[in-house]
Unconditional design. Structure first.
Length: 376
């Protein structure tokens, strides 16, 4: 088993286990292929991906013609070589959960990956008080599926908004995210850096919304706005079975209005090189967000078959049934279509913004003349 990644503060995670999911999660991403840009795409530099700017460059690029080898050479096997290395190394995915205490954050994570990865802090009995997460905790696992290894870091955050005075309650979460960027940058700038830098940067932040049926709280808006500046934020309406379908739809409309009014930029983010299929998929996903979800690790019997779900006084909720909740949409989005894009967006947008800011600050600091010593 590959060694687990350590968080930036060098503290070992609580657990590292090699786990086989109880059911297929299909975290082998199947992103639609990116179509070439219509703007001089055939002449684009294969290294810089920049289209020629002037006539001389265009003529030079056009002079490079595609040639068919007279006999089989074998360089087409490079795709298999890449696949072999990636499968051997495994894939890293770091997900953070943020929300009030008691919204089922741990249960939903376990449901998404069809494995018991993190202990729930909810009630064992109806009259038992909810146990709170008082500090950021990281749990690491290696999940195997069809020969693919996913190294998963789950970051559980303190339930924010639980206190009477919640001013600055998000600071610890933001600091943790930036600390992971800082740790990666330090390793990246090391003269004798590792060939493969251990990545603890947060790729996805699941933001849990209390299913009040009314609208977002002011603190939700503040925290989501601040988080969206440093991480990919995916909002979910927790325990959506507490709402009727009509209440759920009306609640989602009000949430979208709040997000638009406050200009909160959530994931997915459209990139310049997205093709029409990717752009269309992202648009459909934005039409669903926030995902109204229900999590459960228990099996219930529906029509004689065991399914993951919950029983309540109104009936049985099947978490895999799209008519009951949007869990399937969330799982497919996170693992089957956008897993790789979440990782790339973290590196190319959020980390690059942090990196540029830090390097510019370092450059400015080094360009200032040293302060004269007293008496000199």
């Amino acid at each position: 088993m590959s060694p687990a990644l350590q968080p930036a503060d060098e503290q070992a995670p609580e657990d590292v286990h090699d786990i086989e999911p109880k059911s297929s999660t299909s975290f082998v991403c199947d992103l639609p292929p990116t179509a070439p840009s219509s703007h001089n795409s055939s002449l684009a530099d294969p290294v810089t991906h920049r289209a020629p700017d002037n006539k001389e460059e265009k003529m030079a690029a056009a002079a490079v013609e595609e040639i068919r080898a007279a006999s089989y050479v074998g360089f087409d096997s490079i795709t298999h070589q890449i696949e072999h290395k990636l499968l051997k190394r495994g894939f890293q995915f770091n997900v953070m959960v943020v929300g009030q205490t008691g919204l089922g954050k741990s249960t939903l994570i376990n449901t998404i990956f069809a494995s018991h990865l993190i202990d729930s802090k909810g009630r064992f009995e109806h009259d038992e008080p909810v146990r709170q997460t008082t500090e950021i905790q990281t749990v690491s696992h290696v999940i195997a599926e069809n020969g693919v290894k996913l190294k998963l870091n789950i970051v559980d955050t303190p339930g924010y908004g639980d206190q009477i005075n919640n001013e600055g309650c998000w600071d610890t979460i933001i600091k943790y995210i930036k600390d992971q960027h800082s740790a990666y940058l330090r390793k990246e700038l090391t003269a004798m850096r590792d060939r493969h830098i251990q990545d603890t940067r947060i790729h996805c932040c699941l933001f849990f919304i209390n299913p009040t049926g009314h609208q977002l709280r002011p603190i939700d808006i503040i925290v989501m706005k601040k988080l969206s500046e440093v991480v990919n934020v995916v909002p979910v309406i927790a325990k959506a079975d507490s709402l009727t379908l009509e209440e759920r739809d009306a609640f989602k409309v009000r949430i979208k209005e709040d997000l638009e009014f406050h200009n909160i930029r959530l994931y997915p983010i459209d990139h310049e090189d997205n093709d029409e299929e990717e752009t269309s998929l992202n648009e459909r996903i934005r039409g669903i967000i926030p995902f109204a979800v229900v999590g459960s690790e228990r099996n219930v019997i529906i029509e004689g078959k065991p399914v993951r779900g919950r029983k309540n006084r109104w009936g049985v909720i099947n978490v895999e049934d799209e008519r009951h909740c949007e869990f399937v949409y969330l799982r497919n989005f996170l693992l089957r279509t956008h897993l790789q894009d979440l990782i790339e967006t973290t590196a190319q947008i959020h980390y690059e913004a942090f990196r540029s800011k830090q390097l510019l600050a370092l450059k400015d600091a080094s360009s200032r003349p040293a302060a004269a010593s007293p008496g000199v």
